[in-house]
Design a protein around this ligand. Structure first.
Ligand code: AMP
Length: 295
């Protein structure tokens, strides 16, 4: 396994691999790795000759500065974990390697940077107007910005993303299509702790008491899926909201049932071929998201 901090050095190695007709799988992450990330790496290993995992806490996707500052950074341990699953290359650039000062300044001034579009039109339509997009202004613009930069650097044949970030996956698919990247986007299942909590780098920030009540999130989602056959969408929403509100440590941001393709909220099952229940809440100071495919 080789760790690269510089774009040019990674590209030099990848060019050699490409000339030797090797396929490249790519797993973008923000580090503080857990089994959820490692499952993506393992899938990439199984489907490609070379696997690149990037570790980069992307400042332009954070709308909350303290969330960015508190985001766990554990590169040494991450390297060990990636070594244990035989990842080939880690790309761990500094912020200055990925962004110009001007790009960072635009973010600081909360001006949406469209420079990453490189003259092409990227429009997420209604995809980024709901749920995470509505609650975290500028978030998906930052995600698309960094993923498009990373794709240009790595030029992967396949890239792996978790369904844990369901809306992000839809945004990345849309961005990939609109910018014409020759990369297949692979969505991978959510990996959970044994008590159901979706694995997340943010989970380490939960206090013991918060961690103890956290399984209520996935329990609620599993129950909603079970109830779907016999209850209306309005009933499911009322149930989920009541469940979360019954826990004083949790502050619900949203619970939504949406068309799994367009991500737009539905009020009747007939409105969507496939639907997903998505939840976001604060548990203490930690913002958590989770979701489940209903049908
Ligand atoms: P992050 O480092 O949190 O930005 O996540 C990097 C990638 O790992 C994203 O594609 C996430 O969707 C994915 N991921 C994070 N947590 C999980 C999980 N519990 N199960 C599956 N994929 C995950």
């Amino acid at each position: 396994m080789i760790i690269f901090n510089r774009i040019q050095e990674l590209q030099y190695q990848l060019n050699i691999a490409r000339k030797a007709k090797k396929t490249i799988g790519f797993v973008p992450t923000m580090g503080a790795l857990h089994q959820g990330h490692l499952a993506l790496v393992q899938r990439s290993k199984a489907e490609n000759d070379i696997t690149v995992c990037s570790i980069f806490v992307n400042p332009t996707q954070f709308n909350d500065l303290s969330d960015l500052e508190k985001y766990p950074r554990t590169l040494e341990n991450d390297s060990k974990l990636l070594q244990s699953v035989e990842c080939d290359y880690i790309f761990a650039p500094e912020v200055s390697e990925m962004y110009t000062n001007e790009e960072l300044e635009l973010k600081r001034q909360k001006i949406e940077d469209n420079g990453w579009k490189q003259g092409k039109t990227v429009d997420f339509g209604m995809l980024d107007k709901v749920m995470e997009g509505a609650h975290r202004p500028g978030h998906f613009n930052g995600v698309a910005q960094v993923v498009s930069k990373l794709f240009r650097i790595v030029l992967p044949d396949k890239a792996y993303f978790g369904q844990k970030d369901f809306q992000q996956l839809a945004i990345v698919r849309s961005m990939t299509k609109q910018l014409g990247f020759n990369t297949e986007i692979i969505g991978c299942p959510i990996i959970r702790e044994s008590d159901g909590l979706a694995m997340s780098s943010r989970n380490v920030r939960l206090t013991e008491t918060e961690r103890n009540v956290s399984p209520l999130i996935s329990k609620t989602l599993f129950k909603v899926k079970e109830m779907q056959a016999t209850h209306t969408i309005a009933e499911l929403k009322a149930f989920a909201e009541a469940q979360i509100q019954s826990e004083p440590l949790m502050q619900l941001e949203y619970f939504e049932i949406a068309d799994a393709e367009t991500l737009q909220p539905i009020s009747d099952y007939k409105q969507a071929k496939s639907a997903v229940a998505c939840i976001a809440l604060k548990l203490g100071n930690v913002r958590l998201i989770d979701n489940i495919l209903l049908y």
